[in-house]
Design a protein around this ligand. Structure first.
Ligand code: AMP
Ligand code: GLY
Length: 424
């Protein structure tokens, strides 16, 4: 089977690397891809917003499956266009991708289905939002309803800060994404991520991970797309995972199907592990970046076959196999990230992969044959080990082999779990 993978980040490099190992793969194409993905796939220039062009490419190259990496094409309805043209897709429909595309949609679904999540109010104007604020206490959690590239959430300590943030959101800070704002109760606890594959009916757990969202060591500074991750996340014990499946994932999939919007693809649940049990923070309709990198390092099964089963509604009975190891990834970012990253910085990978580490490209380009930085998050340096401590040591050994003078990374990825391992 020929596969077309859409996207150009570290997540897609990890997907391409795993897909390339699939016995069921004939030829892999990626659009637009990146220099790392080019080792695994033929990179082609295709505009994912031009559905007709993507369909024409699929017909011309006999594509048997399209794998959509990022959320934007899903929310834009590319899966629907492809399915209507008879092309199998890994990724939800536009209606189902509202689980990521509209925070209000997801909160309403949780309320109807009795899924544990923070209490909330949906507001459609600044006046309404200000009035609703009085029903909450500090810290105030404010969320632009739509896609805002991970930047649409504000946690404000004071009423003044909350009102200022609301004014910004309704004032167009996030464009149309802020036309509605969800105000939520603050949940205290440790965060973890859980992944499940579903074809709309059958559900197969795909494991856990923990991300590091803040830019600086010790979890300080502004939020980013993620500076590093590891999988599995032992804090999500088998008992907790069973609760997440029964109380959050299963009722979501059931309700989406009952509503006539069956969800197929990967469902990525951001969770808060509260004193009252796991609660949903948000859903994503795609794999996490960099969570995907650590999940793919552990996956042993044929990814192409699993994704096709998802796309065709044939997931029931699928058994997945993961290496009994921890994978840990360290993101190397360009100076300036998450603000304005410096572009064009030279990168030398040297022998970083010598000890079994894998360097996934996230924001790289080739300039006159040399590798340079072209994005905020540039590399995701990934290794495995028997523990977080071991995977961490291997990943940082590989990081230290890379020369990227105009970049930086956190030096403490995995700190929470490494500390628990020291205590154990
Ligand atoms: P989201 O984009 O919804 O994942 O939110 C970004 C981050 O904001 C999350 O990873 C949490 O750290 C935090 N957050 C979101 N909602 C809440 C909440 N209700 N209570 C506490 N923290 C939250
Ligand atoms: N790393 C978080 C995300 O991909 O949404």
């Amino acid at each position: 089977m020929n596969i077309l993978l859409l996207g150009s980040g570290g997540r897609e490099h990890a997907l391409s690397w795993k897909l390339a190992q699939s016995p069921s793969l004939a030829k892999l194409y990626a659009a637009p891809g990146n220099p790392g993905i080019a080792d695994e796939a033929e990179c082609v220039a295709l505009d994912a917003t031009d559905h007709g062009a993507v369909i024409a490419f699929c017909k011309a190259q006999a594509i048997g499956l399209v794998v959509v990496g990022p959320e934007a094409p899903l929310v834009d309805g590319l899966s629907d266009s492809l399915r209507a043209a008879g092309v199998a897709v890994f990724g939800p429909s536009q209606a189902a991708a509202q689980l990521e595309g509209s925070k209000g949609f997801t909160k309403d679904l949780c309320q109807r289905a009795g899924i544990p999540t923070a209490g909330y109010v949906r507001t459609a104007s600044l006046e309404q939002a200000r009035a609703a604020l009085t029903r909450f206490t500090s810290p105030y959690v404010l969320k632009a309803d739509g896609l805002a590239a991970g930047k649409g959430v504000v946690i404000a300590e004071t009423l003044e800060d909350a009102e200022a943030a609301l004014a910004d959101m309704f004032g167009g800070q996030f464009g149309g994404a802020g036309a509605e704002v969800v105000i939520e109760e603050f949940m205290a606890g440790e965060e973890a991520s859980f992944f499940a594959l579903t074809d709309g009916t059958a559900i197969v757990p795909f494991g856990s991970a923990q991300d590091h969202k803040r830019v600086g060591d010790g979890d300080v500074g502004p939020n980013t797309g993620g500076m590093g991750a590891y999988s599995p996340a032992p804090v999500l014990t088998p008992d907790l995972q069973a609760r997440v499946m029964a109380e959050i994932i299963e009722p979501t999939v059931r309700t989406m199907r009952a509503d006539g919007n069956p969800y197929s693809g990967v469902l990525f649940a951001g969770l808060m592990l509260t004193a009252d049990g796991p609660k949903l923070i948000e859903y994503n309709a795609r794999f996490g970046d960099p969570e995907c990198q650590v999940l793919m390092m552990r996956l042993e099964s044929d990814l192409a076959a699993i994704m096709l089963a998802c796309a065709k509604g044939e997931l029931a009975g699928t058994a997945l196999s993961f290496r009994d190891q921890t994978a840990l990834t360290v993101v190397m970012a360009a100076n300036g990230y998450p603000g304005t990253p410096e572009k064009g910085g030279a990168i030398a990978l040297n022998n970083a992969e010598a000890e079994g580490a894998k360097v996934f490209h996230a924001g790289t380009a080739l300039k006159d044959g040399a590798l340079v930085a072209s994005g905020g998050r540039v590399l995701a340096v990934t290794a495995t080990g028997a523990s977080v401590t071991e995977a961490q040591a291997r990943a940082y050994a590989a990081v230290d082999a890379v020369r990227f003078p105009s970049g930086f990374c956190r030096r403490d990825i995995g700190w929470r779990e490494a500390a628990r391992e020291r205590e154990a």
